[in-house]
Design a protein around this ligand. Sequence first.
Ligand code: ADP
Ligand code: GN1
Ligand code: MG
Length: 370
Amino acid sequence: MDLNKVFENFGAEGRFASAEPYGFGHINDTYAVTVELPDGSGKRYILQRINSYVFKDPVRLVENIENVTRYIREIVAKKNGDPLRKTLTLVPTKEGKNVYIDGEGNYWRVYVFIEKATAYQVVERPEHFYHAGRAIGEFQKLLKDYPAHTLFETIPDFHNTKKRFEALERAINEDKMCRAAKVGPEISFALERKRDAEVLVGLLENGKLPLRVTHNDTKFNNVMIDDDTGEGLCLIDLDTVMPGLSLYDFGDSIRSGCNPAAEDEKDLSKVNFDLNLYEHFAKGYLEQAGDALTKTEIEYLPFSAKIMTFECGIRFLTDYLMGDVYFKIHRPEHNLDRCRTQFKLVADMEENMDKMTEIIFKYVPGGDEQ
Ligand code: ADP
Ligand code: GN1
Ligand code: MG
């Protein structure tokens, strides 16, 4: 792949110097491109090949991102913030488009590189996770009046856990890779929790939970933490910004951040649900979003952490059974290892549910009266 050739289609500043694979995302192909500016200094950009197996319409997806980032940029500018750091900035092609399609039908985009900030794989300092909570609560607030109906649904039913469960059942029945026999305990673990998978979908269908504009992929490495202040600068990876539940964003953050080990850790004794980190995140999130949440949303926050973790676990298990077609893998049983960490966390959360609820009520605005 000649990344120089791809990159030269974009109207970025400077002269292409190098491109390196970058980050640890499971979906897109991401590169850090360094250019040389006329004064000899360097500048970086993010170049991404959008995964068109996962995202069926990359052009409309990037239109969403253009619209959402423009909306955020205007609010940030009004508050005298720095729009180049407080949200993603697309760099258009020389023809003024947001996406370049190469001769092989690959879809590419370029972002301004957010410097002096880090997307951590695991939480290294609890304050970072508190600030991630604030950033996710802030994101919800920023988009509270965004016209949700104008957003293109980049992956239909993305967090429909009931349909995710049905997909798992189909994968078990088909067993096309003959792997089901190897994962008996994981399949039983999932099947025992079938009813859980229906809860949030049911509440949404019955109008008990409000549909909002949500990020839908709030894992910790999609939050940029400012290197100087330790604050949550902004959310990146906006491919799945769509109408959704606040609970998806809260729950997925807890899933990814409250595990001190890696998402694909093989040694499950290292994988634990960290209640202290949960408390840090909950405090930050509720400081920002607490006022806007309904009683039912608040009530289901602890459960959402468990269900988003369960959903992720069954997605990894389904992909393992289907032959690893969705998530990028770097070793043969990678998706199975990922599934196991998620199920371990689910089991831990089930044991801690009462404490998780207590913590929420400690930080809910006016919590004592709830
Ligand atoms: P994926 O969908 O594959 O997860 P992401 O859009 O999250 O792809 O990008 C992968 C990684 O690249 C992120 O976790 C982050 O480390 C880095 N990254 C993405 N966009 C930027 C940006 N604008 N500035 C700096 N780093 C970025
Ligand atoms: C994927 O794109 P990335 O790596 O930030 C996935 C999420 C999963 C996550 C699990 C579009 O996130 O839904 O929760 O992996 N994104 C998509 O690590 O499927
Ligand atoms: Mg990502």
